[in-house]
Design a protein around this ligand. Structure first.
Ligand code: FAD
Length: 337
């Protein structure tokens, strides 16, 4: 039975959910408080890391589910959304990082010593004492093209998108079901509906560096010993060559504030680039901010409370999963899950 569904927020998760719902014949209206291509949330910019490499088997499996759905969206949009030049994960101990989980998931990998890394990727300099877990089904997803492809897919199946339309109270919406994919703003909006969302918004700084290379640039992550995951991450950027960030280095923020890039972090990123990518220009060509919506264990919150479906999938690693998250939210909205 078709359902009338409101989707609050046109970031990558809202657009993915809108497309999944519209394809199933539901009547979808997307409400976005800003312009569709704004840069105030979590989904803007040209690239995000796509990877299967996670220390946790569950995440490897979820990424494996996402990969064919990205290919399907490429087919549908006629756009190349994934540029998979592989990922190098630097580790310092046996079994550290994603090796075991990748093996359990049957994902091919290679263990490379520093010389092998440099031979294959001359623009990368391995850190002292590290070896590498290389996985080929990884690289970047073109974030700008992906958002457009989800949007066009949703519109093609009849979804309506209303930009510059802020929803202040879910009671103001007369649709039967409301999917809240409001990113860092979701906590406040859901609290007004009596739903507690245990997340913290942080303002993350990223920097872009000029890197010329006649070889494809892989994504690079340095595993944070004892941590949940990665510290430094770097990926190809279509405009400058290289994008770099330090995972979860941002400060808590009110999403309505427009944070400035953290100058101390920018300086640290310049030093980091000089260490890992010696042929890159150490001074950033551009810096940017972006919001993380963090749960304490980086898990996603995808659940239903009566007519409200909560879609909070971020903690700085949600983009790659958008096609799967979109389907899950559509299942929740249609009462299938
Ligand atoms: C610096 C950085 C690096 C990242 N790197 C990676 C990576 O390499 N790989 C990866 O997989 N992921 C990465 N991520 C995470 C990924 O980008 C996010 O998980 C994803 O973009 C979250 O999308 P979203 O749709 O949930 O949120 P958003 O994109 O923020 O969308 C929420 C939307 O809701 C709108 N909205 C909010 N409140 C209202 C309201 N009341 N009414 C109407 N509209 C409203 C907002 O304006 C916004 O457009 C990174 C994130 C950052 C910040």
């Amino acid at each position: 039975m078709p359902v009338r569904v409101a989707v609050v927020g046109a970031g990558v998760n809202g657009l993915a959910a809108a497309r999944a719902l519209a394809r199933r014949g539901h009547a979808v209206t997307v409400y976005e408080q800003f312009e569709l291509d704004h840069t105030r949330g979590s989904s803007h910019g040209a690239s995000r890391i796509f990877r299967l490499s996670y220390p946790d088997l569950e995440w490897v499996r979820l990424a494996q589910q996402a990969l064919p759905l990205w290919r399907e969206l490429e087919e549908e949009s006629g756009e190349r959304l994934l540029e998979l030049n592989g990922i190098i994960e630097f580790v310092r101990g046996h079994g550290e990082g994603s090796q075991r989980a990748l093996e359990q998931a049957g994902a091919p990998l290679e263990l490379l010593d520093p010389e092998q890394v440099v031979a294959r990727f001359p623009m990368v300099r391995p850190p002292e004492g590290a070896t590498a877990v290389f996985q080929a089904d990884a690289g970047i997803v073109r974030a700008d093209k992906a958002r457009r492809a989800f949007e066009e897919g949703a519109r093609a199946d009849g979804a309506e998108l209303r930009a510059n339309t802020r929803v202040d109270d879910l009671e103001d919406l007369d649709e039967e079901v409301v999917v809240v994919t409001a990113g860092s703003w979701a906590k406040g909006l859901l609290a007004r509906a009596g739903i507690d969302l245990p997340v913290v918004a942080t303002a993350e700084t990223v920097a872009f560096f000029r890197l010329e290379s006649d070889r494809p640039v892989p994504s690079v992550v340095d595993f944070k010993p004892g941590g949940l995951g990665h510290g430094t991450y770097a990926l190809a950027d279509p405009k400058y060559g290289l994008k770099l960030g330090i995972h979860q280095s941002g400060k808590p923020v009110d999403p309505d504030d427009q944070p400035a890039p953290d100058e101390e972090l920018v300086e640290l990123m310049g030093e980091t680039v000089a260490r890992y990518f010696p042929t890159a220009e150490p001074d950033p060509a551009q810096v940017d901010t972006c919001l993380y919506t963090n749960t304490d264990d980086e898990r996603f919150i995808l659940e239903r409370h009566d007519r409200v479906v909560v879609g909070s999938a971020c903690s700085g690693h949600g983009f790659k999963f958008a096609p799967v998250v979109g389907e899950r939210l559509a299942d929740l909205a249609a009462g299938i899950l």
